[in-house]
Ligand binder design. Structure first.
Ligand SMILES: Cc1cc2nc3c(=O)[nH]c(=O)nc-3n(C[C@H](O)[C@H](O)[C@H](O)COP(=O)(O)OP(=O)(O)OC[C@H]3O[C@@H](n4cnc5c(N)ncnc54)[C@H](O)[C@@H]3O)c2cc1C
Length: 387
């Protein structure tokens, strides 16, 4: 019996597991491990924050998504012993593997900013969204006064700013900005194409969202952010601080014997195997896939990339178990970008064609419906979107 273990059941791990179980060889024992009991469809977390979709749609229970025949365990992996072929858990127990899929995703980084981890709200899970929403309700933010501050003007920070405005009665129109976004770079939305960025800037302006760029955050307090801009120290009083200023690969891949690409994850072969251990596959945010044409930069850390890696990873484990079969190589195909700008509104760039408003929101919803992990989740999403 071959022991196959999947660690991390997000976009990379869960979808690789499901592809693998579809026509899996008979003589394998499959164990799937995640520290959470839910899969989080992160691109829809804004809809959860804005009370547009329920938790069961955005984060369905893993026990409903993991195929029959898989031993599902909820546990925190603390280390991976490649040589001994064991995954080690926080309670001191371990699990042997013959082949391993590691897909533990990424974690927020706070860049050593004092108070940032303690006083700000990350935005990665249902619990994070719940905590942020509860803090805003407690401090009665929606009725006016101080803004919410979002640190980080990347895609997540900007979509979060738009979703926060959804919570304000009258769609955010009020004398003072409801949300302030602080971004260190000269512009927001790094990595996004210019036509999308230009439309987003216009929409941010319409919504009264205050964007401050070239800002260095110095300290985060519970109700204030200290930052430096144009050589001046500033203090921004705020109801809450949401932190979306960067991620790094999950620390459980830190000790893997592999090269890294800057802040990105471990380098894997085009077959998604770890070069130092061909029975270990790593997918998702935890890898820096170097196999793009002409030595291009590593892939962006996206669900889109993880979802495309999943079937190749699954097929390659089958080929590895079925000795002698040549493994497939992964090639990334960027399918487009979506930016949610409000309830029923988005900006979409699909293979170079850019649209916004309701048409873009429809395209975004259709793309996500297709990728949702179960029919029950899809029908519930449609019902809630239409209500
Ligand atoms: C708010 C938000 C919106 C986003 N929107 C988009 C978008 O619109 N489009 C897009 O392409 N990408 C988007 N992303 C990025 C996308 O979520 C990630 O790139 C994607 O989830 C990476 O997939 P993954 O499998 O590597 O990690 P994840 O999907 O994060 O899954 C990792 C899993 O590993 C588990 N895990 C972690 N550590 C351990 C451990 N020690 N032991 C056991 N289990 C562990 C976690 O619980 C989790 O289930 C968004 C991200 C966020 C935060």
């Amino acid at each position: 019996m071959t022991n196959i273990v999947f660690v991390g059941l997000g976009f990379g791990g869960l979808y690789a597991l499901r592809h693998f179980m579809d026509g899996a060889p008979d003589d394998v024992k499959v164990t799937a491990v995640d520290r959470r009991d839910r899969f989080v469809f992160t691109p829809l977390l804004y809809e959860y924050l804005a009370s547009e979709l329920d938790a069961d749609v955005v984060a369905p229970s893993l026990s409903d998504l993991v195929p029959e025949g898989v031993d599902l365990r909820q546990a925190e992996v603390v280390d991976v012993a490649i040589e001994g072929g064991r995954v080690e858990f926080g309670d001191g127990t371990s699990l042997p593997f013959d082949a391993l899929v590691l897909a533990p995703g990424s974690v927020p980084v706070y860049h050593g900013v004092p108070g940032a981890e303690r006083n700000s709200f990350p935005f990665y899970s249902i619990d994070d969204a719940e905590r942020l929403k509860a803090a805003l309700q407690l401090r009665d933010w929606a009725s006016g006064g101080l803004p919410v501050t979002v640190v980080g003007g990347g895609v997540v920070g900007i979509e979060l700013a738009f979703a926060l405005v959804d919570l304000v009665p009258g769609n955010g129109i009020r004398p003072e900005p409801p949300v302030v976004v602080l971004e260190a770079a000269p512009d927001i939305l790094a990595g996004v194409t210019e036509p999308v960025r230009a439309r987003a800037r216009r929409k941010l302006d319409e919504q009264g969202i205050d964007i401050r760029t070239r800002v260095k955050v110095l300290e985060v307090e519970e109700s204030a952010v200290l930052y430096e801009a144009e050589g001046q120290r500033q203090r921004l009083e705020t109801v809450a601080v949401a932190w979306t200023a960067g991620i790094r690969p999950n620390p459980i891949v830190d000790k893997l014997p592999a090269e890294r690409h800057g802040k990105h994850g471990v380098t894997v072969a085009p077959t998604l195997q770890l070069p130092a251990a061909n029975n270990v596959f790593v997918v998702g945010d935890a890898i820096a896939y170097p196999g793009r044409p002409n030595g291009a930069a590593p892939l962006p850390d996206t669900a889109q990339a993880a979802l495309q890696e999943a079937p190749i990873c699954a097929s390659n484990i089958k080929r590895l178990v079925d000795h002698g079969k040549r493994l497939r190589e992964f090639r990334y195909d960027g399918m487009g970008e979506f930016l949610r700008t409000g309830r029923g509104e988005a900006i979409a760039n699909i293979r170079g064609g850019v649209v916004d408003g309701a048409a873009a929101a429809l395209a975004r919803r259709a793309a996500y419906l297709l990728r949702m992990p179960a029919w029950a989740v899809r029908t519930a999403a449609v019902r809630q979107w239409l209500s």
